[in-house]
Design a protein around this ligand. Structure first.
Ligand code: NAD
Length: 221
């Protein structure tokens, strides 16, 4: 099977659970554990072992019966599967409340994300430094990408944190400089070429699940 078709068919919930397993495995490694069983991981997250085994199998690693998984091997396999073992260079556009929060979040570095530059349309922000990145005018996006390319850094991802009305033109600009992935936080579906990988972040969707559970619990009590 070609890698591309395999990626398309992967179950998203399994992929989304991998970072959670990864955190647990890194904690186990810090404690000095060499092996961990499927049952132990399943217990930790209230999952069925068969589900955990299935989730982990998509990384290509399988545990040994009665022994479990080698912690180092599994960490390496998950990081490689998620692409977190290589650096992903990104530009962020929209340095408002959310953009700043993302720029200040150090956790992404651990996942290989390198936000190389940040852009905005508001002149009052130009030149401001946020966690080591100077805010630049959006019209410098192509020249900044070209300068980075000369250093061997290819901008592969665009992070869109502008208001909804500005998201499509911003995404078009990012595609114009050659990004191959858009991580969109704006509440609008973007129209992008088929070869651009796309993911939307929806905190309100997560909140909806939480409040729905909370209200159902109220109803049960
Ligand atoms: P904000 O108003 O604080 O920041 C938006 C920034 O975008 C501002 O600095 C503004 O100058 C800049 N901007 C506007 N038009 C631009 C353009 N054409 N080019 C470049 N920069 C431009 O807003 P915020 O609270 O940071 O939210 C940003 C976006 O994220 C909004 O679309 C919001 O709805 C969305 N959001 C999504 C989630 C989620 O769960 N995905 C959560 C919170 C906010």
């Amino acid at each position: 099977m070609k890698a591309s078709s395999r990626v398309r068919n992967l179950p998203t919930p399994s992929v989304q659970r991998l970072p959670v397993y990864l955190r647990f495995l890194k904690e186990a490694r810090r404690r000095g554990d060499d092996v961990v069983s499927c049952t132990r991981i399943a217990e930790e997250f209230g999952q069925r072992s068969v589900q955990v085994r299935k989730d982990l199998a998509i990384t290509g690693v399988s545990g040994r019966p009665k022994v479990g998984y080698r912690v180092d091997e599994l960490i390496e396999a998950i990081e490689s599967f998620l692409g977190w073992d290589v650096k992903t260079t990104a530009f962020l556009v929209g340095v408002g409340n959310l953009g700043r929060a993302l720029l200040n979040y150090e956790g992404f570095v651990e996942h290989g994300l390198d936000v190389a530059a940040a852009f905005d349309a508001n002149p009052a922000l130009f030149g401001q430094e946020i966690n080591g990145r100077v805010v630049r005018p959006l019209d410098q996006i192509a020249s900044t990408a070209a300068r980075l390319r000369e250093e061997g850094r290819i901008v592969e991802m665009g992070i869109v944190t502008v208001p909804a009305r500005a998201a499509q033109p911003v995404a078009d600009k990012l595609v114009g400089i050659g990004v191959r992935a858009i991580w969109n936080y704006a509440p609008v579906r973007l129209d992008l070429p088929n070869d651009v990988v796309y993911e939307e972040v929806k905190l309100s969707a997560s909140f909806a699940v939480l409040t729905n559970r909370l209200r159902r619990r109220d109803a049960d009590e």
